[in-house]
Design a protein around this ligand. Structure first.
Ligand code: SAM
Ligand code: SF4
Length: 335
């Protein structure tokens, strides 16, 4: 028998107190690195967790020590019952937050505030309108920028996620860092990761070293200050002298943060996933619906968690498409 606090601790002693719940696979954008080129067949609605099921599963995780929940997707704000889901979860003793492309966020300012959401992660991969259209296939650049400004005005703390791809937006590194001069945002450059159907190739990777060299070359090495690393952080953060905001690098590919990982994921169809890079998923929703749900299911999947990147310890293993051909895209997993 597991003690209540034990089922979220894996064989390496990592305690999983941070749950990311994907609310939907649907999205109002079509980012090329996220959405497979051939599109994604949507699953029937009955396969998705309902509002009530999301809350029931969240309660189980919170009982066992989860104290932070992030809603994601797909785009979490396209879900029609987003506000009631948020309201349910806000009754739990957790830090509640979300990751969004911000296109619809102006409709949700009041519920976000009343449910205690203080900080949001927003994704924006380019500061150029034509490139935004190329990458997302949707004409929503102005709306996204307006909504980012609205969130800042309304007092939310923003992390701005930028997936860097060589030859596409790596020439905007300085433009993005320059935003932190006047804006109090935490900018995070994310290394492009391989998933089923996203045609990942390591030549497109912009590494931590290259980003820092570019920043040091432009702003001066003496103007670049590393910030203290927070517990369980995925980003190494820096500040340019005199800037209000900071910038960081999430190097899941070239320099993973697996040894302090505290994250678990619940997909929109109710599968628990112990690692973003792993093909290993376990269905919690069917047992929940059939009244055969047991907390042992959760401890089993946590205890199977590999030490590094779903077992792909070397860069060669990561570079082999066979190893991630079964791993669903970020859209399906919930980034
Ligand atoms: N739609 C929301 C958004 O875009 O913020 C939430 C879901 S999205 C899947 C979550 C995060 O995953 C985004 O910041 C996105 O940039 C990131 N992401 C998606 N595919 C990725 C990939 N192949 N490599 C790195 N990051 C990726
Ligand atoms: Fe949609 Fe976010 Fe994926 Fe872009 S990254 S397609 S906004 S889920």
């Amino acid at each position: 028998m597991h003690k209540p606090s034990d089922i979220l601790v894996d064989s390496m002693g990592r305690k999983h107190n941070y749950l990311r719940i994907s609310l939907t696979e649907k999205c109002n954008l079509r980012c090329s690195y996220c959405m497979p080129a051939e599109g994604l067949p949507l699953m029937p609605k009955k396969h998705l967790m309902t509002r009530e099921e999301i809350f029931r599963l969240a309660q189980v995780f919170v009982k066992h020590g989860v104290d932070k929940i992030r809603l994601t997707g797909g785009e979490p704000l396209v879900r029609k019952d987003f506000t009631p889901i948020l309201q349910d979860l806000s009754t739990l003793p957790i830090d509640l937050t979300l990751t969004t492309n911000a296109v619809l966020v102006d409709r949700y300012i009041d519920p976000l505030k009343s449910c205690g959401v203080r900080s949001l992660n927003v994704s924006l991969d380019t500061l150029q309108e034509d490139k935004f259209l190329t990458i997302t296939k949707r004409d929503a650049f102005k709306k996204t920028l307006q909504n980012i400004q609205l969130l800042i005005r309304e007092g939310f703390h923003l992390k701005l996620n930028v997936v860097l791809m060589k030859g596409f937006n790596d020439n905007e590194i300085i433009d993005f860092i320059s935003l932190t001069k006047a804006l109090p945002i935490a900018l995070r450059f994310i290394e492009f990761m391989p998933f089923h159907g996203n045609k990942w190739d390591k030549s497109q990777l912009v590494t931590q070293k290259e980003i820092l060299q570019t920043a040091a070359h432009h702003f001066g090495a003496g103007q670049l200050f590393p910030l203290e690393i927070e517990a369980n952080a995925t980003a190494k953060n820096y500040k340019i002298a005199g800037h209000k905001g900071s910038f960081g690098i999430i190097s899941s590919v070239s320099n993973p943060f697996c040894d302090t990982c505290n994250r678990i994921r619940l997909t929109a169809d109710g599968k628990i996933k112990n690692c973003l890079f792993s093909n290993d998923e376990l269905d919690l929703l069917t047992p929940l619906r059939e009244n055969t749900f047991s907390e042992t299911l959760i401890s089993d999947v946590i205890s199977r968690k590999k030490s590094v990147r779903g077992g792909m310890t070397s860069f060669e293993a990561l570079n082999d498409p066979k190893n991630h051909s079964q791993n669903r895209s970020m859209l399906a997993i919930g980034g």
